[in-house]
Every structure is written in C-alpha cells, then in structure tokens.
Design a protein. Sequence first.
Length: 336
Amino acid sequence: MTTMSAAEEPGAVQVGPPPPFDAELAPALAAAAERGTAEFTLDAIPLLRQAPPPEPPPTDEDLRRGGAFEVSSRLVPGPAGAPEVPLLICRPAGAPAAVAGLYHIHGGGMVFGDNRSGLPHMLDLAGQFRAAVVSVEYRLAPETPHPGPVEDCYAGLAWTASHADELGIDPARVVVAGGSAGGGLAAAVALLARDRGGPALAGQLLMCPMLDDRNDTPSSWQMAGIGIWDHAANEVGWTALLGSARGGGGVSPYAAPGRATDLSGLPPAFIDVGSAETFRDEDVAYATRIWQAGGVAELHVWPGGYHGFTIMAPEAAVSRDAVAAQASWLRRLLGG
C-alpha cells in the first residue's frame, strides 16, 4: 500500500523536526545503530529470527531470582481448532494462597519473541509486591495472521482466570500487561474480555503500546527513519499481521485497538510512551478516548524517550522514573 508523508496528505497536520532524545538515552541508541541490523522486511523475518538476540533469553534459573519465584510451564487449550498455548508461570515462593497476577504478553512487532521476552521486567515489577506473573506465548505473524495471536492471548487469559485457585492467584487482582506489540495485544484482550463477558480484569498496563495499523499519525511521520521501530518497521509489522487489509477499512479493533469506537467499560489503564517515538500520538489518543468514554486512565509521555528506552538504557534517570511510575500505579491498583 502506497503511503504519503504527513506533509503530502491533504489537510494533514504539519509537524516540526523530531523531538530531541534525552541526553542519557542517546548513547544506547547510538550503540545499537553501530551494531547494525539486517534490513527489516517481510522476507527478512525468518533470517532475523535466526540472529543471536542482543541478550540471551532468561533461563528458568534466572527467573527464579535466587529462590524468590517458583517457575513452571503449562500447555493450555488454545482457540477452537488451534494448537495449545504455552504459559510460563512465575509465582512468588512462600506467598499466601492468593496473590495478585500480571498476565504478560510479550512484544516483538507481532513477528518476534516468546514468553520469556520481556519477562525480567515483569518480574522486577511483580517482586515489589509479591505478585505472580503468567507469560503467554502466542503464534507469530506472518505465519499466523490476525486473529490467531490475540485469540491465543485471550485463551491463555481465560485459562488463567478459570484456574486461579490452582495457581494461587486472586482472580479479582489480575492485570493484563504488555509492551509494544504486547501492549497492543493487551489492550485488545481487554476489549475481548469486556465484549465476551470474560475475565474481569483489574487493570491494563500498556507500555508504549502498538495500537493503530493506519500508521498515519504526526508522530509516525515525525520519527520516520529515526530511533527504534520507525514508520517503515511499523508498516512491516502491521502488514505481517493483517496483510493487504493493513491501513484499509474494516480492520477489527481486536487487531488494532486504536480502531475501537467504544472504549467504555474497560478496566483502568496505565499508558506510557516516549515523546520521541512512532507510537506517541496514537497512545495519547487512546488514553484521551478512554477519558472521553468516562473511563480511568493514567498517561505518561516521557520527554526524549524512544521506543523501548527503559530496556535499552535502564540506568537513565527518565528510565528509572518511568519504571517507578509503572510500579506505583500497580501498587495503588492492587495494594501491597
């Protein structure tokens, strides 16, 4: 599908130069650029999956955190006619019978990752108030287009809620959480749970979520070719999920929650995003529309933050502040 820049589209909002990156964050981005990566295209996805990750995935021993967590794996029923869904379960050792739970959906642009991706950050948060983490592994695009990935995530959540007693999780204190593509899938799962009368979620933790396949906001053009996960990469990720339907009419809100026309009746949301990244404007719009529908949302736009800055530069002051804000929201929501 042919796209135009924001300046070329009739009636488009004119945007200025990209916001500057935070000074403490910039070196990590420069280091990543120096390492270089293969060009990100649909055809390149299989090759990119074979490349060594920047950091090795955490082992079960890593996830146990010196005995702080008990780690187990389960294969649970998937969507009708689909394979079973793998869950990785990390429960605080020696915790009371029922603890809060974070249902984690990993990122990776809809095309990369597994249920260990991003899990250390979830354990950092969960460890602060002895919560459990259930991390789902969904089938990836383009091999499995929509609705496969979101239905896998929903099936895992439904199983988790119905087996809460077995898992030692309080079903009234379950938060769906994810970053980037996982944030978009988490938002979609919250919509599905509402519309299907499914598990009653306590909240949704959406970290720089990937919400809108149209890829046409001012920030998506403003950051084109700059930073991490730019306009071109976003187009590849959404095309992998939706094929030729990407950007057109009729895309389901369960694929792209930014398409949802009704954001009422959702659990409280935490949404954060960097000021210098592709998803800024769609994430701000999503929070705004939750408020307009009478819902509850907490929004943070971190100055100079690029996509994934808390992971790439965790010691930067703005990264520490962002993670502290996530933990504070969870503590207020769940107690502890």
